[in-house]
Ligand binder design. Structure first.
Ligand code: NAI
Ligand code: 15L
Length: 273
């Protein structure tokens, strides 16, 4: 049966807030978890991923989990270790102990951020698109922690039969704000569509997908996402004229524009706390 009750970790964050708004329309009942309190939602669980008892209680009885909580930018290895590596391990252990059958893991394009982007004129031919099985090339400790999360998910499937869809999210914001984002943008509506597909597709085992809209300037292959039943509805191209007028087209000689991960490969934005 399709999952009904969901634990949404990272529910106070940018993506969590967008998904809190959009997922109930698919019939899900959400339980919210975040270290940051969520105003106006008194029954949200305010706890850190380091708190194993709180996690165990939070996952008890849910049908599935969308795991967004963690450090979402670059930080010291120690901080990444605690929040993203140990935190994700703690979540998987709690899910295993409580018999939760499926997790949707928010991986990131930065797990493969040092992959060269397709060159030349978009739209790129299918043979130019970055395949889902391209070797991992994290661009930061942050991206490295997403590689760990994907491997942890594979282990928990192989060893314990706990299913995961790892979504290597591009940029999920209301609108794209850079020319790079025209290639990797995932509209919030498509994000909800993809999460819903990941929650309801049958027999996913551990499946890794790229997460974006059907952008004209796409850099990667959405075949595995589509194989879950995902049908993206949006295309960033409607924002292209304005962004290109402001910023210019990507410059082949600019190292910030050379790889999938963009400026994370040269000067990554840092987690502020
Ligand atoms: P965000 O930084 O806005 O939200 C992250 C949330 O996680 C925050 O509310 C924070 O309080 C919570 N959190 C951090 N450490 C925690 C801990 N130790 N215990 C409990 N809660 C903790 O990030 P955003 O943009 O909402 O991203 C959500 C997830 O999706 C992250 O895992 C991020 O890496 C991933 N992602 C997001 C992308 C995007 O475009 N928004 C792109 C690729 C991946
Ligand atoms: C990410 O992984 C970050 O969490 C998000 O804030 C964006 O920077 C995104 O990647 C991106 O590559 O645009």
């Amino acid at each position: 049966p399709a999952p009904r009750t969901l634990l949404l970790t990272g529910a106070a964050g940018g993506l969590g807030t967008l998904m809190r708004g959009l997922l109930p329309a698919y019939g899900y009942e959400l339980r919210l978890f975040d270290a940051t309190p969520i105003e106006g939602v008194p029954d949200a669980v305010t706890a850190d991923l380091a708190d194993k008892d709180a996690l165990r209680e939070a996952v008890r009885g849910v049908d599935a989990i969308i795991h967004l909580a963690g450090i979402s930018l670059e930080a010291s290895f120690g901080k990444i270790l605690r929040a993203n590596i140990e935190g994700t391990y703690n979540l998987y252990e709690a899910a295993r102990e409580e018999g939760v059958e499926r997790i949707v893991f928010a991986s990131s394009n930065h797990a493969v951020g040092f992959t060269p982007r397709p060159r030349g004129q978009a739209p790129h031919a299918p043979s130019e698109l970055i395949p889902i099985d391209t070797p991992r090339r994290p661009d930061t400790f942050y991206g490295l922690s997403k590689c760990f999360g994907e491997d942890l998910a594979q282990l928990y499937w192989d060893l314990h039969g706990l299913e995961t869809v790892s979504v290597r999210i591009g940029s999920c914001f209301m609108e794209p704000t850079s020319v790079r984002m025209l290639s990797v943008w995932m509209s919030p509506g498509d994000g909800a569509r993809l999460f819903h597909a990941a929650l309801t597709a049958e027999h996913v085992g551990h499946t890794v997908v790229y997460g974006s809209s059907a952008n004209t300037r796409l850099w990667w292959d959405l075949t595995t996402a589509r194989s879950l039943g995902y049908e993206p509805q949006d295309d960033s191209e409607q924002y292209a004229e304005k962004l290109v007028a402001e910023q210019g087209e990507l410059d082949p000689d600019n190292p910030d524009h050379a790889h999938l991960g963009g400026h994370f490969t040269t000067n990554p934005p840092r987690w502020p706390y």
